[in-house]
Design a protein around this ligand. Structure first.
Ligand code: HEM
Length: 471
């Protein structure tokens, strides 16, 4: 850090925890270390998981980076993030990262803004009600049971892949009521994987780079084409069958707008793509991290198993059991704190003021759950896995907006309840009868995509004896 930057950090460190509006508005603080032409592209791409959380050390609520020459404002204080997210869609629309998704996803709920977003959200809301999700829980539990049915004591498995597959099965069977053929499942998984993997790069680099025929760009285009064909086939099957299966795709095909018009195939396609992206990658990665953290922290594992044994007594969980698994809740919240999405963006529609900082219209803003969740001001020793942070007496001390794995406001995760039930149900169904141990010497690291996923997760599975005697 330069001298002026460290002076600055020192000056601000006295007031860093406060988020208050003063009478004088200021311009955003420019993060030092900018390269000519490239701006902050190099540290953003080389070590995003250190660079982004490191921005909190300047003690500013809003700091300015450059992606090349493009100014990007990063909100580093929970108060600032809430000020942007909670009023929702009046002063902001989706930002650059969502524009990069649109060519692949189309105009589905996760890429549109304002009134169109409101319309689509209303249309999808009925499939995410608590009653529906209670029914999906049984499907999720059954998917977990099928997965472990193929395991033998002592097998070594790639838990990241297995959990991603499980998330795909849970989504397609609950929201879409179909079991994907192996080819369709593969096309969707590969497409979604390429999409999230390349997203950060495409957001940070200038748009022209996307037309360069690099091996990565070619792979990306092929994967997208294959996935689009697979989803078109699914839609065609549904249209041909012309029957209400009581799922989200039947509802989309039956939907009419105010003029009585059906949704076009491309509108239905966009919604299916969006749900497949949001509903597989994030919960798949989170499930992998849950298994990893339970497997790597013996004391946590002991408490998880003790609770499962006490509540379930060796049987498999039902939806009604979930509320009694309170320790597991804390484990899952801690996973969602530590291994959480890295970057989301908004664009200002008008000049705004966040805290003391003025930001002009048409500016790109970043908020990062990962940054907020690793800030030692709100989470002591933030890189330590500690479910007890979420004991009621400790939870109370965490400021509003510091823990936002599912965001807040108009664009917050519509699948929040679906995801939390899925994480609990699958973990309980697996850990009730199986113990997953990390493979010695296999170093597990976080890889930054738009999400934060493990580089790999090899684990050995051991069957527990039913009395719960094995810890
Ligand atoms: C651990 C799992 C998950 C995490 C951490 C997560 C996180 C998020 C976050 C942070 C957003 C807001 C992005 C923004 O501010 O722009 C979001 C949006 C969204 N999520 Fe999730 N999500 C998860 C699982 C799911 C699941 C399982 C589904 C569907 C079944 C889903 C569907 C969506 C949709 C459709 C949106 C866009 C909502 C809108 O714009 O109205 N998510 N998610």
């Amino acid at each position: 850090m330069s001298d002026s930057a460290s002076d600055h950090a020192l000056r601000r460190s006295r007031t860093i925890s406060s988020f208050e509006r003063r009478s004088v508005a200021i311009d955003a603080y420019d993060v030092p270390g900018r390269w000519p032409v490239l701006g902050h592209i190099v540290p953003m791409l080389r070590r995003p998981l250190e660079f982004l959380p490191g921005l909190a050390r300047y003690g500013e609520d809003v700091v300015r980076l450059r992606f090349g020459t493009l100014p990007v404002y990063v909100l580093t204080h929970p108060g600032a993030v809430r000020e942007m997210l909670v009023p929702g869609d009046r002063a902001y629309k989706r930002g650059r990262i969502f524009e990069k998704l649109e060519p692949a996803l189309g105009k589905g709920i996760a890429t549109v803004s304002g009134a169109e977003h409101h319309r689509q959200r209303k249309m999808l809301q009925p499939v995410f009600t608590r009653e529906r999700i209670a029914n999906y829980a049984a499907i999720m539990g059954a998917a977990a049971r099928e997965t472990v049915a193929g395991w033998c004591d002592g097998d070594q498995i790639a838990v990241d892949t297995v959990m991603n597959d499980l998330a795909l099965t849970a989504l397609t069977r609950s929201l879409f009521r179909f079991t994907a053929s192996p080819e369709t499942a593969e096309a969707i998984k590969d497409g979604m994987h390429q999409l999230t993997r390349g997203l950060l790069l495409r957001t940070i680099l200038p748009t022209a780079w996307e037309s360069v025929p690099t091996p990565g760009n070619i792979r990306f285009r092929r994967a997208m084409a294959r996935m689009h064909r697979a989803i078109d086939d699914v839609i065609l099957d549904y249209r041909k069958a012309d029957q209400d299966r009581g799922d989200v795709l039947s509802a989309l095909l039956a939907a009419r707008d105010d003029d009585g018009q059906q949704l076009s195939d491309s509108e239905v396609h966009a919604q299916v793509m969006t749900l497949a992206l949001t509903g597989i990658e994030a919960p798949g990665a989170a499930l992998g991290w849950v298994m990893h953290e339970i497997g790597s922290n013996p004391d946590v594992a002991r408490q998880v198993r003790a609770e499962l044994d006490a509540v379930l007594g060796g049987r498999l969980p039902t939806y009604d059991d979930l509320e009694r698994l309170t320790y597991l809740d804390r484990v899952i919240d801690e996973v969602l704190r530590m291994h959480t999405p890295l970057v989301f963006m908004r664009r200002t529609l008008i000049d705004v003021r966040i805290g003391n900082t003025t930001i002009p219209a048409d500016s790109e803003l970043v908020y990062s759950p990962y940054l907020l969740h690793h800030d030692a001001r709100w989470f002591h020793d933030p890189y330590r896995f500690d479910p007890d942070r979420w004991l009621p007496e400790n939870r109370r001390r965490i400021p509003k907006g510091a823990f936002i794995p599912f965001a807040a406001g108009a664009y917050q995760c519509i699948g929040k309840l679906f995801a939390t039930v899925e994480l609990k149900m699958v973990t309980a169904a697996i850990c009730a009868n199986w113990r997953l141990e990390p493979v010695a010497g296999a170093e597990v690291r976080e890889i930054a995509t738009a999400l934060v996923r493990p580089n790999h997760l090899p684990m050995t599975v051991h069957r527990r004896n039913q009395a719960g005697a094995s810890s």
